[in-house]
Structure formats: C-alpha cells, structure tokens
Design a protein around this ligand. Sequence first.
Ligand code: FES
Length: 182
Amino acid sequence: MDNSINLSDDTLSKIDEVVPKYPEKRSAALMVIHLVQDELGAVDDASCEWIARRLELQPINIKELITFYPMLREKPWGRKHVRVCRTLPCALRGSYGTCKTFEEKLGIKEGHVSEDGEYSLEFMECLADCGQGPVVIVDEKTYENIDGKTAEKFADLLIDGKLDESEDFHSYEDSLTQETKN
Ligand code: FES
C-alpha cells in the first residue's frame, strides 16, 4: 500500500475503515484530512497528494478544503499551542490585551509559530466558554478569566513549564477531574 507520507498503521486502518462508509470516496475527504492532520500536525503538499490519490481525486480538491477551513493547516503549530478567544464577550472583557501580552511574552505575532517551534499563538473565534472570558486554551486545556494583567503571570508560568502545577491557574478540564475525585 502507498504510505509515502509515513502514517502509522493505526491511522491507515482508521482511513481504511472510514472511506467505505461514504457513498462516494470524495465525501470522506474531510474525515481523512482530519486523520492525517491528527497524526502529522498539518497537511502539507505531499499529504495533500497522498489523500487525493487515496480518494481518486486531484490534489486541488484536497487543497481547497485545507485552505477553506480554519481548523485545517498546511504547516504544524508549535509544540505548545495557545489559543485566545477574540469574539465579543471575551473581547469586552479584555481578550485583545490578553493576546497582545502573549505576543510580547512569547515573542510571536498571532497566527505564527516561534522560530524554535516551541510556541504558536492563535487569536480566534469563540472557544465556547463565553461567560468566563477572556478564555485561553493551551493545547487541550481551557483557562478562564485571563485578562491582560493576569496573562503576564500566566505566560511566565507557561514559559517556565510550571503552568500545570500552578496554584493560581486551574484549567476547566483539571477542575472537572478534581471534582470527580472529591
Ligand atoms: S466569546 Fe469567548 S469563549 Fe465565547
């Protein structure tokens, strides 16, 4: 089987499982793109061509999806990916200041990855926790009420690798686990 982009056996078998579920191979494109991105971190030109061959399409059919949907990427994010909500409820509570603080502290503009590949920053639409803004997500963990001032401390802990053990910031997901234990 063509595996020129070195996908794991697990991803290959998920792709083999998902494609026949659709009446036309083309309809499986988004699912396959997600599976490839989940493993490789992005869908570059080689991956685009591979997916197109797998689904008997042209690479442009895949490329147009990747460039259309904001959650799909041609280049991987950093090892630590920081998202800040920019939608009105969070914006009114200071998320523009939060993002600016992160830009300064991490030394990157929003939408970019640091040169060493360690951090990336995304200023994006609603992160689905609108009552507790500004909302920040680091990788898979959600932090609430991170305004411009708080963001300085938050960014320092992130850079020092001490965010997870900090007494000052508890992610929404960790709080849930804590509650379940108590
Ligand atoms: S508006 Fe920020 S999480 Fe919804």
